[in-house]
Design a protein around this ligand. Structure first.
Ligand code: CMP
Length: 138
């Protein structure tokens, strides 16, 4: 799945009405949507999804934020998907995100940073499988 990445439009961007804006930025950048759904993470879902960050000081706030409202989860396809998507969304901290990136346009803070993007091909496959059954990825 080297041409696949996984994203979530986070509760802040959903609450501010930016689902359509962000999906348009994503498809305008050449990504194809292979799977998408609106859902809300339970505490145990968010803890499992972000288990890699369990020992980090921001973990509790991250889980609280990611369960605070609905998200949109999606699987995206493009050549070089993981790296190109991280360029499209910009730095984790929106204060450091390049102009024109999704986080520069829509994010509020390092927690409420509008979108998630996988950081490796391996994690993209794991994260896509966390949210979608194989038959839901088209
Ligand atoms: P995300 O790409 O979803 O992965 C982990 C999230 O933790 C990250 O986006 C940020 O929203 C959040 N976070 C909060 N503080 C930090 C930090 N100091 N470093 C990295 N991520 C952080």
């Amino acid at each position: 799945m080297a041409n696949i990445t996984f994203t979530m439009i986070k509760p802040d961007a959903v609450a501010k009405g930016h689902i359509g804006d962000i999906l348009k930025d994503i498809t305008d950048a050449g990504f194809t949507i292979k799977a998408a759904k609106m859902t809300q993470l339970a505490k145990q879902d968010a803890e499992a999804f972000y288990a890699i960050h369990a020992e980090r000081p921001f973990f509790k706030d991250l889980v609280e934020f990611m369960t605070s409202g609905p998200i949109v989860a999606a699987v995206l396809e493009k050549d070089n998907a993981v790296a190109d998507f991280r360029t499209l969304i910009g730095a984790t901290n929106p204060a450091e995100a390049a102009e024109g990136t999704i986080r520069a346009k829509y994010a509020e803070s390092i927690d409420a940073n509008a979108v998630h993007g996988s950081d490796s091909d391996e994690n993209a496959a794991i994260e896509a499988a966390f949210h979608f059954a194989a038959k839901e990825i088209f």
